[in-house]
Design a protein around this ligand. Structure first.
Ligand SMILES: CC(C)(COP(=O)(O)OP(=O)(O)OC[C@H]1O[C@@H](n2cnc3c(N)ncnc32)[C@H](O)[C@@H]1OP(=O)(O)O)[C@@H](O)C(=O)NCCC(=O)NCCS
Length: 146
């Protein structure tokens, strides 16, 4: 498995994973625009031509936000998400970013365990941030020294 920056060839598989994993999925067009977006950095875990997982971020004035993270259901619990987020943080730090903030569904125990393992801490809560189903979003952040 290798970790690469998102390219146009990855977009349709990522859009398929979005549909499988989220109730409000990003479509092909929104994902393709991220390939061109100078504020965006998306990383993809690939084995051959197959996309196993991905993580997306945008950075403004040295502060990064994670847009999405997913691993194909057949490849979970193999450390792929951990590798993706670790690689993302390392690339963002090299680019001059100081922190990474994300929202996670309050009930998403798997993702919350992952973020805790990686040193994220809860800094707030957005009431009813998510729809389908409606749910609060925990705001988590990790900061690092450049
Ligand atoms: C959350 C998600 C990305 C984790 O991907 P993954 O590749 O399976 O995670 P990893 O194998 O890298 O797990 C790393 C750590 O996260 C935690 N973790 C991951 N999945 C877990 C689960 N199902 N239950 C409990 N802890 C879990 C564990 O601490 C794990 O470390 P360990 O294996 O040493 O115990 C994956 O379950 C997924 O795609 N979920 C659907 C989409 C989603 O919820 N995205 C997050 C949106 S904020």
């Amino acid at each position: 498995m290798t970790i690469e920056t998102m390219k146009p060839a990855h977009v349709s598989q990522i859009a398929d994973l979005e549909k499988r994993c989220f109730s409000a999925p990003w479509d092909d067009r929104s994902l393709a625009s991220e390939v061109e977006n100078p504020l965006a950095l998306w990383l993809v875990a690939v084995e051959g031509d197959r996309v196993l997982g991905y993580v997306g971020s945008q950075t403004v004035l040295g502060e990064s936000d994670m847009m999405n993270l997913a691993v194909h259901p057949d490849f979970r619990r193999q450390g792929i998400a951990e590798k993706l987020v670790t690689a993302l943080i390392s690339a963002l730090a090299k680019g001059g970013s100081r922190c990474l903030t994300l929202e996670v569904r309050a009930s998403n125990a798997a993702a919350k365990a992952l973020y805790e393992k990686l040193g994220f801490t809860k800094v707030g809560c957005r009431k009813n941030y998510y729809s389908r189903p409606k749910e609060d979003g925990d705001i988590l952040r990790k900061e690092w020294n450049l």
